[in-house]
Design a protein around this ligand. Structure first.
Ligand SMILES: NC(=O)c1ccc[n+]([C@@H]2O[C@H](COP(=O)([O-])OP(=O)(O)OC[C@H]3O[C@@H](n4cnc5c(N)ncnc54)[C@H](OP(=O)(O)O)[C@@H]3O)[C@@H](O)[C@H]2O)c1
Length: 167
């Protein structure tokens, strides 16, 4: 049979290039699931138990607002969290719902990058950021405490990124 002049659709399966496609899709789904479904189920089960004066804070991320190469899935997942917070702020009111959007923050999640490369990346980026440094855990902790304590803030994204989304 000749394929000449015909359209061919390849769907991921168990071998060859199809497997590569399927694995990439599976990884994307796993990334999205851990970022979005975790908060989704946490809210679903916590909501009936939360005080009406309580609040929820999600972690979004700078990739939702600044474009990085090969980060479309991360970008989409982070943007979803911000939208989720906005919607839930109305749906769950008077419980407040907000999101923190970290930029590059020195956390164990960066440890997969070799130490020397990581240190150089942090130093170079720190020089470029408007804040002239990368973030530390305390920067995020301060932001979360603010959102927990400020009773008039809901449905918002607090950008704790040293200005990364602006450059
Ligand atoms: N650090 C950054 O530069 C940066 C930038 C933008 C956005 N963010 C966002 O900020 C948040 C925190 O990031 P991080 O850098 O602090 O990460 P981290 O150091 O890797 O900490 C992530 C935490 O989440 C837990 N965790 C991971 N996957 C989980 C799962 N499937 N189920 C339950 N717990 C899970 C980890 O538990 P274990 O310790 O047990 O593995 C760990 O305690 C994330 O949403 C991340 O996307 C971070």
């Amino acid at each position: 049979m000749s394929l000449s002049g015909k359209r061919v659709v390849i769907i991921g399966a168990s071998s060859g290039i199809g497997l590569a496609t399927a694995l990439a899709a599976a990884e994307a789904v796993a990334n999205i699931a851990s970022k979005i479904l975790g908060p989704f189920y946490a809210v679903k089960h916590a909501d009936p138990r939360l005080s009406q004066k309580g609040s929820i804070t999600f972690f979004s991320g700078v990739a939702a607002w600044k474009l990085f190469p090969n980060a479309s899935v991360v970008s989409a997942a982070n943007a979803a969290l911000a939208a989720f917070a906005r919607s839930l702020a109305v749906e769950l009111a008077p419980i407040r719902v907000n999101a923190v959007s970290p930029g590059v923050v020195e956390m164990p999640s960066w440890n997969e990058m070799p130490e020397e490369e990581r240190n150089a990346f942090f130093e170079n980026l720190g020089k470029q950021l408007p804040a002239r440094r990368i973030g530390q855990a305390n920067d995020l902790a301060d932001a979360v405490l603010f959102l927990m304590q400020n009773r008039f803030t809901t449905g918002t994204v607090l950008h704790v990124d040293g200005g990364h989304r602006l450059i």
